[in-house]
Design a protein around this ligand. Sequence first.
Ligand code: 9WO
Length: 255
Amino acid sequence: MSFQIDVITLFPELIEQAAQYGVTGRAKENHLWQLKTWNPREFTHDPYRTVDDRPYGGGPGMVMLAEPLKEAILAAKARQREQGVGQPKVIFLSPQGALLTHQRAVELSTTPGLILLSARYEGVDQRLIDRYVDEEISIGEYVLSGGELPALVLMDAVVRQIPGVLGDSRSVEQESFVTQWLDTPHYTRPEVFEDMAVPPVLLSGHHAHIERWRHEQAVIKTWQKRPDMLARQPLSGDDKKIVESLIAQQLNKEQ
Ligand code: 9WO
């Protein structure tokens, strides 16, 4: 059974077309995961195919009706059950959700199936969220026009973790590396770009030296740009030495 993602959205083409590209698009072609979109308008029963209405209590904008979203979620659950997924997780992409992290994406990639709710307008009737949504996830502290772009971000972060999607097998160490350190700098041809040469160690062919240099650069970049990440896991003896020498250099600069 391949990984199942259903997306509930008023703009199914946006999701379907964006999902065609890159490693995740190729993985879908290779049946490593399946995508199905559901438009709530297909689950309306009035001539105007109404999916929203004015908010009780007044206020700006419109709120998405619970009923069409409920029927779309149930249809997605039925499809996933047919694919062998017993309990898909229903995720509402919302500015009020918990911030998506690499670790959460890894965890979600091990669930058998996801149903992503991408809303528009001001939001969704709270009673639909209370009864049919398992988890609210945000991709950052900002309000967008809808949940489709966040859904695509989450899909990409999750699908990349499915075995076989990234091709060159990323080792577990590299994944822990992702969560503990920022990425190492990357270089390719030409050897000199304008007046900037590739660091000589990368041309040395000495793999142990290259690996050490790459790790040191990741530690340095993390210390400089995201010192908060250093506290995530205890530092190894070597990493402590790198950070201590960085601090000493910084102090020398400031004197
Ligand atoms: C719209 C709006 C307009 C005026 C004042 C306040 C407002 N809040 C919203 C709003 O939250 N609209 C949302 C649109 C309803 C749910 C789907 N939409 C959405 C999801 N916008 N931004 C996201 C989102 C999702 C995940 N991570 C970051 C942002």
